[in-house]
Design a protein around this ligand. Structure first.
Ligand code: CP
Length: 325
């Protein structure tokens, strides 16, 4: 693939945040800041990726990520093409690899992929050396752009990650959001606490440099941000029952105004990747309350995805080579 790598982000693909350095993450966040400004202009379009094509291959449902990637690519002037599970030939039995090889034969520059199975983006990355692959969420493995937008939101609110405590609450076991956030936040120097039913905490996760808390009260103490996760019903049904009832879950690990007022710092940031199960992990008074930065996360998502699309294609050095900088 002919592309000049940006010195601080040397990747053809973004498959996950595992193994991505603090320098690279910091650079993505810095570039995202520049793209944030474009999203606030009256005319929200720049020629940065003119002549490039981006395929959005979403074989699992999505509202935020898909729209956000599509808006990001269009604001950079790339041509975009969307394929969803229900409208693709995957419904006729075509394998992911065959689908991807056929798409690659049309020479897109980037394939953004969401898939219900962990490892799908890695498979495509190995099979398609000429195409940049960006993971938009694979099974319970990783969701790197979600973690990056979470980190941009935290950095914008708190100024950085050192000596900061971020608590992640809920279904950690099935959460690609949690996995990517843990990799990213610990790399950037934050303390990460996880909290939820023991049945939904991965065995041995303490070794990954996180604190495990059974009780929400201790998990919230002195935390700078709390990230509430959705109970992933679509993944839970495969493994049986993980907690007695939704009501019980909500009583112990759901967040409401009373718990926040009694147990958390006054200025704690309340985050959620969406979609929210209102009344289960988060009461509406909190989701829509003064602590919430949930819509800031969504807003920052567009800038982060613009940065990622730009950087996997080589960033500034490639743009300069092609006369687009
Ligand atoms: N946060 C997130 O991935 O949302 P969607 O499933 O709507 O894309």
């Amino acid at each position: 693939m002919s592309r000049a790598a940006d010195g601080r982000f040397r990747r053809k693909d973004l498959l996950g945040l595992r193994g991505v350095s603090a320098e690279e993450i910091g650079h993505v966040l810095d570039v995202s800041e520049q793209f944030r400004d474009i999203n606030l202009r009256r005319v929200k379009k720049v020629p940065t990726l003119r002549g490039k094509s981006v395929v959005h291959l979403f074989l699992e449902p999505s509202t935020r990520t898909r729209t956000s990637f599509d808006i990001a690519a269009k604001r950079l002037s790339a041509d975009t093409f969307s394929i969803s599970g229900s409208s693709s030939s995957a419904t006729k039995g075509e394998t992911l690899l065959d689908t991807a090889r056929n798409l690659a034969a049309m020479h897109p520059d980037i394939i953004v992929v969401r898939h219900g199975r962990a490892g799908a983006p890695l498979l495509l990355s190995e099979a398609l050396p000429e195409t940049c692959i960006v993971n938009a969420g694979d099974g319970f493995c990783e969701h790197p752009t979600q973690a990056l937008l979470d980190m941009l939101t935290i950095r914008r609110s708190l100024g950085g990650f050192k000596n900061r405590i971020v608590t992640i609450v809920g279904d950690i076991l099935h959460s690609r959001v949690a996995r990517s956030a843990i990799y990213g936040l610990t790399t950037m120097g934050a303390t990460v606490r996880i909290c939820g039913p023991r049945t939904l905490i991965p065995v041995g996760i303490e070794g990954a440099g996180v604190e495990v808390h059974d009780r929400l009260e201790t998990a919230l103490k002195d935390a700078d941000a709390v990230m509430m996760l959705r109970i992933q019903q679509e993944r839970l049904h495969r493994g049986g029952h993980f907690f007695p009832t939704t009501r019980e879950y909500s009583r112990l690990w759901g967040l409401d105004r009373r718990k926040l007022s009694q147990w958390a710092r006054k200025d704690i940031l309340v985050m959620h990747p969406g979609p929210i199960n209102r009344g289960v992990e988060l009461e509406p008074e909190v989701a829509d309350g003064e602590w919430s930065v949930i819509l800031d996360q969504v807003e920052n998502g567009v800038a982060v995805r613009m940065a990622v699309l730009y950087l996997v294609l080589g960033g500034e050095s490639a743009a300069r080579q092609e006369g687009r900088a």
